[in-house]
Design a protein around this ligand. Structure first.
Ligand code: AMP
Length: 441
């Protein structure tokens, strides 16, 4: 017998909102988590975005919050998210599922007006959704008091770890009452996350959906061996080669500097391209994301930080300009395509220096990833290809500088990528003869 949302114990108003959203039945994580959250138990959930994870905690939270009232500056529940986009997405979820409730919500993320959010906090909020650093700033200034928090959600815990946010999270938790309900979700469960779970959770119910290392069967993967300086040419060639099959693509780079450089380079050539990285102004990030969603731009260049967990329904291609530093990120990146049973393709460029990282990826994925050849595939040194590539050479030293910079950390241990705003558009899309026509639909 299939389980329905009503079977899970949710109240009528939440069920109405779920029906309005068009959901017919709960996803596996929702089926497992919702009754446990409603019971008041802690959860350690291993689930990626795209599994319906957000609703698995927001729906029961709305039900729980239906009783009681918030006091000034004392949020009743707190949700911690590693990135602004994810925080904004969770806030959207609350709006959708909480439409029949009168719940107040504040969003504490960089790039969103301070005064507006402080006014909300002063009135008292039921749900506070925040990135850890921003929340801590507010706590330190006495604008938020966490001693009345009943439910804490730590979402994307492994990403928090990667981004150096754990000390902030620990500090936040220390400001909360020890008797509370804590829900912790992570796409992967490395030992460090297990250790944190032991510290933050009390007798949690553990649940997992989708083993963390699984890559969707609907994603066709391939890699190409290239020299570092041939990557851009290889990308352009592959885009051209994919032709009409390429509807839209996410292009991942390891460094913000490379995101900005590749964006400038493709934009200059007239490609319909947008970009997303952690140092960009919040409004700009939202704007590019929206343009990508609506199809105004069909190529979105991103860093892992900015792209993590974004709910973009259908992406036909993923290109990895760089092999990610963490093998798990490969799974997340290619998981952006081949969603909801659709087919997708993922291409990765591998240089000689990437051998160790690539080996880790293959081990995690656990299956053969075929190699493909192209015009820019690695060839023996010297010859015309070498000369053509030399034009891009100065970029390499910039990349290395970027890499050095990305290793620096700020006083809270977060990475400092040190890059400013990106240039405004210089060439209207499609003005260059090099841009394949199918991209300019
Ligand atoms: P998430 O894993 O929370 O990022 O959710 C991924 C997507 O699944 C979002 O677009 C949700 O709106 C959608 N979704 C969540 N729950 C369900 C459900 N039970 N049925 C269909 N779609 C859902």
């Amino acid at each position: 017998m299939t389980t329905t949302f009503a079977d899970l114990g949710l109240g009528d108003d939440v069920l109405r909102a779920v029906a309005d959203a068009g959901y017919e039945k709960p996803t596996p994580i929702q089926e497992k988590a919702i009754p446990v959250v409603l019971m008041g138990r802690d959860i350690l959930g291993c689930a990626q975005t795209g599994t319906g994870k957000t609703a698995s905690f927001t729906l029961p939270m709305i039900d729980i919050l239906a009783q009681g009232r918030a006091r000034a500056r004392m949020p009743r529940t707190v949700i911690l998210e590693p990135t602004r986009e994810l925080a904004a997405q969770v806030a959207e979820n609350f709006d959708t599922y909480g439409k029949y409730h009168k719940l107040s919500m504040a969003l504490l993320i960089g790039g969103v007006s301070f005064t507006e959010q402080e006014k909300l906090l002063d009135r008292g909020v039921d749900v506070l959704i925040a990135t850890p650093g921003r929340l801590l700033d507010h706590c330190e200034r006495g604008k938020v008091i966490l001693t009345d928090t009943k439910v804490l959600v730590i979402d994307e815990a492994d990403r928090m770890l990667d981004m150096g946010f754990i000390p902030d999270v620990e500090r936040i938790v220390s400001l909360m009452p020890t008797i509370r309900q804590t829900l912790m979700f992570s796409a992967t469960m490395p030992p460090e996350i297990k250790k944190l779970a032991d510290k933050f959770l009390m007798n949690p119910k553990e649940m997992a959906v989708d083993p963390p290392s699984s890559t969707a069967e609907t994603v066709e993967q391939a890699f190409m061996r290239v020299r570092p300086r041939s990557k851009r040419k290889a990308l352009r060639d592959l885009i051209k080669q994919e032709g009409d099959q390429l509807k839209n693509a996410l292009i991942f780079c390891n460094r913000k500097r490379e995101v900005a450089d590749l964006f400038a380079s493709l934009q200059k050539s007239g490609y319909p391209v947008g970009a997303l990285h952690g140092d960009m102004d919040q409004y700009k990030r939202m704007e590019w994301l929206e343009k990508f969603r609506t199809g105004d731009v069909s190529l979105l260049i991103c860093s892992d930080v900015a792209a993590r967990g974004l709910d973009i329904a259908s992406v036909s291609h993923v290109f990895n300009i760089d092999v990610p530093n963490n093998a798990e990120d490969y799974v997340h990146r290619i998981g952006r395509t081949g969603r909801a049973g659709r087919n997708g393709k993922a291409f990765t460029f591998v240089t000689e220096d990437d051998d160790k990282l690539w080996h880790a990826v293959k081990k995690l994925v656990g299956k053969e990833i075929p190699e493909i050849q192209g015009e820019s595939s690695e060839k023996p040194a010297s010859g015309p290809a070498e000369k053509a590539e030399a034009a891009d050479a100065p970029r390499q030293s910039q990349d290395r500088q970027g890499q050095e910079k990305s290793k620096r950390r700020d006083r809270r241990g977060r990475r400092d990528f040190g890059i400013g705003e990106m240039e405004e558009m210089t060439v209207p899309y499609g003005q260059s003869e090099h841009v394949p026509a199918f991209l300019l639909r």
